[in-house]
Design a binder for this molecule. Structure first.
Ligand code: ATP
Ligand code: MG
Length: 385
């Protein structure tokens, strides 16, 4: 009898011929997430089993596992041989003074007793040993789960901790997340990572108009979402020179629109240079002037890669709910300025026409300024901060 952590996955089961590939990814992502914890990770059919860990690490392991996409749920379980008497003996030691039910899953069809019959047998044993216990099939306080696996082992547990499911992150970062200091973009990164998109991070500042504290805040956010999105690199790009030029020479109504288009151009450059295949933003339709369909068309028209906007249909409350769950909200609401709030026009254009955006851009030497901006992009290795 050994205490282990039983790890379940769901969507990977549907992957047919690619199941092995996704399972290998999940395995190595879990290994990476728990790399500081001495333990063994074993791949049994349709489950992963983590064993040989010190109890003092248990909460750390749970926290790490529940941040790994592809993990459906985990349970701290007792591992037994799939032997009727051994399982019965163990169940007879369980102490219960509330309502309960027994739930048997017989993946090993050679186990001699059918699931429902074995659940009834085990239920009787619990009742016999616990005078305060009573059965409630529909709404039990405690469910004793008995998972009889194909490898001759049976796992018994009473708690299941649900994770985020989804697909395991790919080996390489295919996405570039545009991360501001706000509430939305960390959530956008989380949502895309849930579908297996590993992302590095691009942040724009406007130093000295934005403060070093504003930059530190975004680095803190990056560190917080790193465990979800698998980021290794964070690029910081200064938009100061460009924003000054727009401010001096261009129609102020277009300031944000032009800034957004240039953000995408910088992202294009990094995608090309580092082989990212998509740009991710936290835009949500109609949230502000720069997120109307016309504004999104104007920014899209300079994008050379697909721009993924997972929050496009989300209400702010829905975004906030996720931000709180993933632990970014408290940092996001710290009151520091963002480059988008510098030189903010009184009346930003709500329905920009692409040809008007292009006309405004001819008023400055865009290519030269962009070239100098790209030249001074700072790269931070997130493992080292
Ligand atoms: P919030 O709306 O909660 O203030 P936000 O991050 O959504 O935060 P917006 O002004 O709505 O900020 O910007 C829309 C999107 O554009 C962001 O989600 C982000 O992807 C990108 N973006 C905005 N500002 C920056 C920035 N300074 N650096 C990188 N990306 C940015
Ligand atoms: Mg927003």
């Amino acid at each position: 009898m050994e205490k282990v952590i039983l790890i379940r996955f769901n969507e990977i089961h549907l992957k047919g011929g690619n199941k092995k590939y996704f399972l290998n990814l999940l395995y190595s992502n879990i290994k990476e997430a728990i790399k500081n914890v001495p333990c063994k990770l074993e791949n049994i059919q349709n489950r992963l089993v983590l064993r040989d860990y010190d109890n003092s690490y248990e909460q750390d392991i749970i926290d790490a596992l529940t941040a790994v996409f592809g993990v459906h749920s985990i349970s701290i379980a007792v591992e037994l041989n799939s032997d009727v008497d051994e399982v019965k003996n163990y169940v007879s030691t369980i102490k219960i003074n509330k309502s309960f039910k027994c739930d048997v899953n017989r993946a090993d069809k050679s186990f001699p007793i059918k699931s429902n019959d074995f659940a009834a047998d085990l239920g009787e044993i619990v009742l016999k040993n616990n005078s305060m216990a009573h059965v409630d099939i529909h709404n039990p306080d405690i469910t004793i789960s008995v998972d009889i696996r194909e490898n001759g082992k049976t796992f018994v547990f009473t708690d299941t901790i649900h994770s985020y499911s989804g697909l395991p992150l790919g080996e390489k970062a295919d996405g570039l997340l545009l991360l501001s200091g706000g509430i939305d973009s960390p959530v956008a990164g989380f949502c895309m990572a849930k579908r297996g998109l590993r992302q590095d991070i691009l942040h724009f500042d406007s130093f000295p108009y934005t403060s070093p504290q504003a930059k530190e805040k975004v680095i803190t956010l990056a560190k917080k979402i790193k465990k979800f999105i698998g980021a290794k690199y964070m690029y910081i790009c200064s938009m100061t020179k460009l924003q000054e030029e727009f401010h001096i020479h261009c129609n102020s109504e277009y300031a944000i629109n032009l800034l957004r288009r240039s953000m995408i151009r910088v992202a294009n450059y990094l995608c090309e240079k580092h082989n990212y295949k998509t740009i991710v933003t936290g835009e949500s339709l109609g949230q502000v002037a720069s997120q109307t369909i016309e504004s999104l068309n104007s920014t899209n028209s300079v994008a050379k890669y697909i721009v993924l906007r997972p929050l496009i249909s989300f209400n702010k409350e829905e975004i906030i709910e996720i931000a709180k769950k993933i632990g970014t909200y408290e940092t996001s609401i710290l009151p520091y300025e963002d480059c988008c709030t510098v030189f903010l026009p009184r009346n930003p254009i709500i329905k920009p026409r692409i040809k008007d955006s292009e006309r405004e851009e001819t008023k400055i030497n865009l290519n030269n300024i962009l070239a100098s901006i790209l030249d001074s992009i700072e790269v931070i290795e997130l493992d080292n901060v």
